[in-house]
Design a protein around this ligand. Structure first.
Ligand SMILES: *Cc1c(COP(=O)(O)O)cnc(C)c1O
Length: 380
């Protein structure tokens, strides 16, 4: 077991901590499908494993790796990103208050508003481009959870994690960061003062579009964390051992994949930024982005592989361009090795704040000139 905190993320990832199976000396871990574990004659569970809903050895290797990558105390993997997000909100009680973003992952925001309504929890939303507005919303003692997402879907505005952590500290609230788009390669929220980090591992962490999974990493091993672990177990929000194994394989190349996607996304953003058929390119790496300074401060080595483009001509034009793309596939989700495009307003539906002329792009690891050429022929 590697406990060396000085190892770089690249090394930790490539070796998946370098664990070797003690029985067989296998470098690649087996998939432990067992639902149940034998008690010793002394009635104890000597290896700590009891039943599939509590913990699993295949998942545990992944969890140790994630905790180290995010410099946290502990981590859990769950059945999906939504499972991870909802597990944190389920710790709230009637009368509690939550602050989240007006622009964030659509499905979490929609679920949170309905959940809060049903359980007597109040929610306030702040504009992610104006962190000062968040300060006024915190109710000391009453606000229990502050939820931020940076870069935020699908405008990719960045929220200053260190600044928000300062605001939240001492208020009695917990700061949770959805870091799905940044990944631990570019940003480590716990180092910046966050209490909890969440990822949809369906995206970059797995990176191959064949696993649905979620992750939570905590900065504190406390009573609240035990409650979250309990929710995973009692609600059965668990990842299957086979999916944990696939994720453990996919994550080994995270560093290479994320760096290539960042490089290509930056090249695409720059190439199309001054195109006369485009209203604007939304990418935190561009100097004209409203939150570029925040992104530069807290994203290391790149600005992410996601960008949005608003096209002149409204929805019909945006949909037409998506239809003409050949390499970019029209599909939801992101963070895989293949590039995707999505007319975001269509999937979010009624009540969306996303302009209908916007296409969201997930930049994969294909040759960047091929990707730029594909967009050029579609826009022409
Ligand atoms: C996809 C996504 C989620 C939800 O994750 P699932 O794995 O689809 O349940 C949450 N947050 C962000 C930012 C996402 O992109």
């Amino acid at each position: 077991m590697s406990k060396d905190k000085n190892l770089s993320p690249q090394t930790l990832l490539a070796q998946a901590l370098g664990w070797v199976d003690r029985k067989t000396s296998a470098l690649i871990p087996p998939i432990y499908n067992s639902v149940t574990y034998e008690r010793g004659p002394d009635n104890s569970y000597s290896n700590g494993f009891i039943y599939s809903r509590n913990a699993n050895p295949t998942s545990q290797q992944l969890e140790r790796l994630l905790a180290e990558l995010e410099t946290g105390k502990d981590a859990i993997v769950l059945a999906s990103g939504m499972s991870a997000a909802t597990a944190t909100f389920m710790t709230l009680k009637s009368g509690d208050h939550v602050v989240a973003q007006s622009v964030m992952y659509w499905a979490i925001k929609k679920w949170l508003i309905g959940f809060a309504n049903q359980w007597g929890i109040s929610v306030d939303l702040f504009d992610p481009e104006d962190t000062t507005s968040l300060k006024k919303l915190i109710r000391p003692g009453e606000t229990k959870l502050v939820w931020i997402e940076t870069p935020a879907n699908p405008t990719f505005s960045c929220v200053d994690i260190a600044e928000v952590a300062k605001i939240v500290k001492g208020s009695g609230a917990r700061l949770c960061v959805d870091s799905t788009i940044a990944t631990p390669i570019l940003t480590r929220p716990i180092e910046l003062g966050a209490d909890v980090v969440m990822h949809s591992a369906t995206k970059y962490l797995n990176g191959h579009g064949d696993v649905t999974a979620g992750v939570l990493i905590t900065a504190h091993d406390d009573e609240w964390w035990r409650q979250v672990r309990g929710i995973r177990s009692s609600h059965g929000k668990i990842l299957s051992p086979s999916d944990a194994w696939l994720l453990l394989r996919g994550i080994r190349t995270l560093d290479l994949r994320v760096r290539q996607s960042c490089k290509s996304a930056m090249a695409i953003a720059k190439h199309f930024d001054s195109n006369s058929k485009i209203i604007e390119v939304l990418y935190p790496g561009l100097g004209n982005s409203l939150t570029h300074d925040i992104a530069s401060k807290q994203m290391e080595g790149g600005f992410g592989g996601m960008l949005s483009i608003r096209f002149k001509g409204g929805q019909p034009r945006a949909v037409e361009i998506a239809a003409k793309l050949k390499i970019f596939k029209r599909a939801t989700s992101f963070g895989g090795v293949e590039s995707l495009v999505e007319h975001r307003a269509s999937i979010e539906g009624e009540g969306t704040l996303v302009p209908d002329d916007l296409l969201r792009f997930s930049v994969g690891i294909e040759n960047v000139d091929d990707l730029i050429g594909d967009l050029e022929q579609a826009i022409a």
